[in-house]
Design a protein around this ligand. Structure first.
Ligand SMILES: [Zn+2]
Length: 217
């Protein structure tokens, strides 16, 4: 690929050269607007990462130290029709706190200083799948995770905003969200008098983590 093949637009999506931008331009613009620190956005449908997206699973198990250092966990945005606002609306609450997202039944997007984050995402997804075929992966301990998070913040890979990540493993370290705007999604309808209890995903994760801590101690 050469420079002249790249479509260039401004932050409103208006063409700056004669190339036509991808139909997923809105996804790229959303990320650049929400994250002024981001210099590159890569959207793709890599097979292992997309397998997680199709299975309805985030990539959030703390199995590789360098992934915690550079990528953090990768949540799953709900399905939205590609190239429409449905998709960007599903992504918006997650963009600020992550450097990569999966989009349900679609694919992945990774962003940061350069285009290579998406390679890390695919590499992680592939290892996670392979380790499951070998009988399962062993997670890093909460103590090890906290040390890695401290290193990545000192190195500037991810700032403390990423401690608000909506997925599982950070909660096990009992790190509070510093900004209080931790994204959450409701996975069940509210109580309708049938005795059903409604929890957000975060509340459920918190509860399960607490149970795991009690079991370990
Ligand atoms: Zn796509």
């Amino acid at each position: 690929m050469t420079d002249d093949l790249i479509a260039v637009t401004d932050l409103e999506g208006r063409s700056v050269n004669e190339r036509r931008a991808s139909s997923e331009l809105a996804m790229h613009l959303l990320i650049y607007r929400e994250r002024p620190d981001v210099r590159a956005v890569c959207h793709a449908h890599p097979p292992h990462g997309t397998a997680f997206a199709v299975a309805g699973l985030p990539i959030d198990q703390p199995i590789l130290s360098e992934v915690i250092l550079t990528l953090g966990c990768v949540p799953l945005a709900e399905y939205g029709t590609p190239s429409t606002e449905e998709l960007t609306d599903a992504m918006r609450p997650l963009v600020k706190h992550h450097n990569a997202l999966l989009m349900a039944n679609h694919g992945a997007v990774a962003y940061g200083a350069d285009l290579w984050q998406v390679e890390t995402l695919e590499h992680t997804a592939k290892i996670a799948i392979l380790s499951r075929t070998l009988g399962g992966s062993r997670n890093l301990s909460p103590d090890a995770i906290e040390k890695l998070i401290n290193v990545r913040e000192a190195a500037g890979y991810l700032d403390s905003g990423a401690r608000c990540q909506a997925c599982g493993y950070l909660h096990e370290t009992s790190l509070a969200c510093p900004t209080g705007d931790r994204p959450s999604r409701s996975y069940s309808s509210s109580s309708n008098g049938s005795g059903k209890v409604s929890l957000t995903r975060d509340e459920l994760v918190e509860l399960l983590s607490e149970a795991a801590r009690l079991k370990d101690s």
